[in-house]
Write a protein that binds this ligand. Structure first.
Ligand code: G4P
Length: 192
């Protein structure tokens, strides 16, 4: 998506070979107009997949996921990150380890908000190792719901996330695909 790539080039900062900082429009301050355009793009791409719900993982995925849900006219589910297992029959939970942040949390979904009739579109800001996405897929499959696809704002294509999600039979649609990061330099995968 050209406007997202341009925004990344003008405001994003490669801190080194691994981390792209996008605090001014995604992770800390949010650009609402860009989020609206992103929501429309995801909605157009997945319009024939019978999506009944959009889901994201708190917190930075919420703005683009909400805009996608508005465009598709379906509810948004925010998967919670809880510190330890909560014993509660009304919840689906699965452990997710973040390699980037070195943390583990229990990804949590209330049974109340999902059924086997649901076709869920998962939206997230970054795709790195694919652990969060894999955890979300596990949760919805526990609920016998169908995962309609995954929409990502920024895919770090030099990390294994995309392959990992595709191996699970899931379509991954990333709006910006980064081939390489170096301090002060950002390179995209050319789509042409
Ligand atoms: P994975 O799900 O693809 O395996 O990614 P990983 O666990 O390694 O990433 C964990 C967290 O780090 C996620 O945020 C993700 O958005 C963030 N992250 C990964 N790579 C980058 C990067 O290059 N730049 C930035 N800014 N963030 C990155 P989170 O813990 O879910 O936090 P939140 O921001 O959604 O609250």
């Amino acid at each position: 998506m050209k406007i997202l790539e341009e925004k990344i080039l003008s405001e994003g900062r490669a801190l080194g070979e691994d981390i792209l900082k996008v605090d001014s429009f995604i992770n800390h301050q949010v650009d609402p107009v860009l989020m609206q355009q992103i929501g429309e793009e995801f909605a157009a791409h997945f319009k024939d997949k019978g999506v009944t719900k959009v889901a994201t993982i708190e917190s930075s995925g919420i703005p683009p996921a909400l805009m996608t849900a508005i465009s598709l006219n379906v509810p948004l589910i925010i998967l919670k990150k809880q510190p330890s297992k909560v014993l509660n029959d009304n919840l689906y939970q699965t452990a997710v380890t973040s390699f980037t942040k070195g943390t583990t949390y229990e990804l949590t979904l209330s049974r109340q908000f999902v059924s086997e009739e649901d076709h869920v579109l998962i939206i997230d800001d970054f795709l790195a190792n694919g652990e969060a996405g894999t955890g979300a897929i596990r949760l919805f499959r526990k609920a016998h719901a169908t995962v309609a696809g995954i929409g990502i704002l920024i895919e770090k294509s030099f990390q294994p996330g995309r392959e990992k999600l595709m191996e699970q039979g899931i379509e991954v649609y990333s709006l910006a695909r980064i081939a390489k990061l170096e301090k002060g330099h950002i390179e995209f995968i050319s789509e042409d």
